[in-house]
Design a protein around this ligand. Structure first.
Ligand SMILES: [Zn+2]
Length: 209
């Protein structure tokens, strides 16, 4: 466990493998985007089957926002978008829905702390998007995004082509810290089994590096 939510729900972590390349997979951060939940569950077995245990140390954080997921809301129980509460240089102090200041929310504190401790070579985050699907990247991740795209069929979208995301995990990890991060946006409302089938090969490729 890396922390607890506003309402005290555990934020869980699972580590698989013991290889030198450290990868972090985050199964969900917006509570109304549960499409990646099955993927999170299936990943350890697929990781092992792909022979990555000696190559990669994979940390899976199944759900950073358990209160949001149980309530079906994008935000946490304080009404804050956790993915706008990270201490990125582009943090938006003008919008109270971002938490007022960086790292005021326990969910963001837990994830930022895990990133400090793990110091990953790659971060993968599952989201969903209404009406289209794509993979977005921040930091030095173009090559890995294109590899992921080729394996999954999700087109690569530049950060500049989507709405600004101040204080997001991508801004904090990718742009400020220079850690490659893929933000995976599957079609909102899609079946969790088909999401896993679609993402599986791309996730394995990206983790392998
Ligand atoms: Zn999202």
């Amino acid at each position: 466990m890396i922390g607890t939510s506003v309402k005290g729900a555990p934020i869980r972590e699972l580590t698989v493998g013991h290889g030198p390349r450290r990868v972090l997979f985050v199964g969900g951060i917006h509570g109304d985007e549960p499409e990646g939940a099955l993927t999170t569950n299936e990943l350890p077995a697929a990781f092992t089957a792909a022979g990555l245990v000696d190559v990669v140390t994979l940390t899976i954080i199944e759900d950073v926002n358990p209160d949001g997921r149980s309530a079906g809301t994008r935000e946490n129980a304080n009404g804050v978008d956790v993915n706008r509460n990270f201490p990125a240089s582009n943090f938006d102090y003008g919008n109270t829905a971002n938490g007022g200041e960086p790292l005021t929310q326990p969910e963001a504190i837990a994830l930022a702390g895990a990133i400090d401790r793990i110091n990953p070579a790659l971060v993968l985050v599952a989201h969903s998007w209404a009406g289209r699907q794509f993979v977005n990247f921040d930091g030095p991740a173009r090559e890995i995004a294109e590899k992921f795209s080729a394996a999954t069929g999700l087109p690569v979208e530049e950060s500049s082509s989507i709405a600004p995301t101040p204080g997001s995990l991508g801004s904090f990890v990718g742009r400020d810290r220079g850690i490659p991060i893929l933000t995976i946006e599957v079609l909102k409302g899609s079946d969790q089994r088909s999401v896993w089938d679609q993402l599986r090969a791309g996730l394995i490729e990206a983790m392998r590096g």
